[in-house]
Design a protein around this ligand. Structure first.
Ligand SMILES: Cc1cc2nc3c(=O)[nH]c(=O)nc-3n(C[C@H](O)[C@H](O)[C@H](O)COP(=O)(O)O)c2cc1C
Length: 215
């Protein structure tokens, strides 16, 4: 199905967590555009520790569904983007990232400093700290993809309802991978989800310090 861009404001206003998809395939060029939006996200030290496994095959979606508390939309979505973080990504990619940075105008002093500060910082993380750091980075790329898909006229379903070990097994993920979230992409089938509403801004936003209203 052809898609048409809508504005980001409109996509944000109209987006719902899609309850059910029609399963029609996504043209590869649309999928690439969605994925590319994620890869453009910012990350700490530009370390890009995200890794994505795109599941479109019916049999593999069925297995992924079984690893996701049997959520039907995992199998119904045209594509499920499994967003992971690689705890060893920084070790493998630091040189390449600094090289690319230097080619793009990164000051040599910054690169020299990063060569020691990145291993000092990330090498000291506990396993829990690494998972928290990966969650932060990966969800930003995930959100870029979700919004790009919505702007393009697709419907999306973010999901955290899955079992880490089972998803690892289905996707044959390396041990250093941490599965962060699943993003179902496709076209809505049937009625959309209700609008759960949002808390007032005064409830969740403060100005200058906690508890003070934003003027
Ligand atoms: C990180 C994340 C994980 C979620 N996991 C699930 C899930 O596993 N299954 C599900 O049905 N909905 C899931 N949701 C959808 C939320 O329930 C939904 O976004 C929320 O109720 C607000 O509704 P709205 O997105 O339509 O505004 C998830 C949303 C987010 C952001």
């Amino acid at each position: 199905m052809a898609t048409t861009d809508r504005s980001l404001s409109q996509a944000i206003a109209e987006r719902r967590a899609t309850p059910s998809f029609d399963g029609a395939p996504i043209p590869p060029e649309d999928l690439k555009r969605i994925l590319d939006a994620g890869l453009h996200a910012p990350s700490g030290y530009n370390m890009q520790p995200w890794r994505f496994v795109v599941v479109q095959g019916q049999e593999q979606k069925r297995r992924l569904r079984a690893a996701s508390y049997n959520q039907a939309k995992v199998e119904e979505a045209s594509a499920v983007i499994v967003a992971c973080g690689d705890a060893d990504g920084w070790r493998k990619d630091l040189d390449l990232i600094l090289q690319q940075g230097l080619e793009g105008g990164m000051p040599a002093g910054y690169a020299d400093q990063a060569r020691s500060s990145v291993p000092n910082y990330m090498g000291s993380f506990s396993s829990d700290q690494m998972k928290a750091w990966l969650n932060k980075q990966v969800m930003l790329a995930f959100t870029h993809m979700l919004l790009m898909a919505e702007v393009m006229g697709y419907d999306t379903a973010p999901m955290e309802g899955f079992e880490q070990e089972k998803v690892h097994e289905v996707l044959k993920l390396p041990l250093s991978y941490w599965v962060v979230a699943l993003l179902g992409v496709g076209h809505l089938k049937g009625a959309d989800k209700f609008d759960g509403g949002r808390l007032e801004m005064a409830h969740t936003v403060f100005g200058e310090e906690f508890g003070k209203p934003l003027k």
